[in-house]
Design a protein around this ligand. Structure first.
Ligand code: PEP
Ligand code: MG
Length: 322
């Protein structure tokens, strides 16, 4: 199987019908970008920026952030690099921020909520990102969006940072795209509205599953409910992709489900444009995608969506796996 996978190195990612999709990588540090290249990733679909904030005992400066983003961008030499803005809270604590202990951290003060309430911290990051955008193809991605107001507020801050940089004579990409992660039940239900504001979507199935199933993603006692193959999660994924497609914006997926061989034909059928996976899974995902035609994927997806339980869905997908 390893030998067969090698044949996919250096190739485009195409379905059995020859339709091209993008196959990107998830990374956590600028050094990981090298890994993405070595593993033949076609871009970065999720650069988790938290490491910059967790690595040191204080907030990273604008220059430190700029250097880190630029390193990843230059390593990717012109390929797309989607950088997610700070996603702290929930399971990711940063001691020096002195955040209050919360009863329900996953439902609390985290990610874009924290950033919009701390505009100085957020603008420092956005300026670093904008400056890095002068060195390649950077896209900004906003985590944990639940309403249109948040996307508008982030875009307004990006505009503010652009004007500042312009006045200071610092280069950046004028046309930088701002997209949102769709990883909450709320975002999924208003995907059509968000698609009017965002330049792209990326589905975060790790959180989407958590917030759709009302299951703490780290709690072993309820882990049996934590599955992206639950009918509720599948319907949600389909709705998000179709809303993005209808609005003409690209839709990616950077949650773990994007690399799952059982999930891939369903995503193909729903019309996913970009898959972002752990670098070591690039060739496996490319190989699975190459095996399915749209017609076969559609037939499977129709059956899968007619089923009532997660167990039935998984049994069907396993029996149909290639
Ligand atoms: C997700 O929620 O699916 C995701 C990709 O982000 P994280 O796992 O960092 O929350
Ligand atoms: Mg997430």
């Amino acid at each position: 199987a390893q030998a067969e996978l090698k044949n996919f190195f250096g190739k485009e990612t195409v379905t059995a019908d020859g339709d091209r999709v993008e196959l990107f990588c998830n990374i956590g540090t600028p050094k990981d970008a090298k890994k993405a290249i070595e593993c033949d990733g076609e871009g970065i679909g999720l650069f988790r920026s938290e490491f910059l904030f967790m690595d040191k005992p204080h907030l990273p400066t604008e220059d430190e952030q700029f250097e880190a983003y630029k390193e990843a961008v230059e390593t990717m030499s012109g390929k797309t690099v989607i950088i997610r803005t700070l996603d702290i809270g929930g399971d990711k604590d940063i001691p020096y921020l002195g955040l209050e202990k919360e009863e329900n951290p996953f439902l609390g003060y985290r990610a874009v909520r924290y950033c919009l309430a701390n505009k100085d911290i957020y603008k420092t990051q956005l300026r670093g990102l904008l400056r890095a955008s002068a060195y390649g193809k950077v896209k900004i991605m906003v985590p944990l969006v639940t309403c249109v107001d948040e996307v508008r507020a982030v875009k307004a801050l990006v505009e503010e940072c652009k004007q500042e940089l312009k006045a200071e004579g610092i280069k950046y990409d004028e046309n930088i795209e701002v997209g949102c992660m769709v990883e909450t039940a709320a975002a999924s239900l208003i995907a059509d509205l968000l698609a009017k504001e965002a330049d792209f979507f990326s589905i975060g199935t790790n959180d989407l599953t958590q917030y759709t199933m009302s299951v703490d993603r780290g709690n072993a006692n309820v882990a049996y409910l934590y599955s992206a193959f639950q009918p509720a999660v599948l319907r949600s994924i389909k709705n998000i992709i179709q809303a993005g497609n209808a609005a003409g914006i690209p839709v990616g997926m950077c949650g773990e489900a994007a690399a799952d061989p059982l999930m891939i034909p369903l995503l193909m059928s729903f019309g996913l444009d970009e898959y972002s996976v752990n670098p070591v899974l690039v060739l496996t995902a490319r190989s699975i995608i190459s095996k399915w035609s749209k017609a076969e994927a559609d037939a499977l997806a129709e059956k899968a969506l007619s089923l009532s339980t997660e167990a039935e869905v998984v049994a069907l997908l396993k029996a149909s796996a290639k």
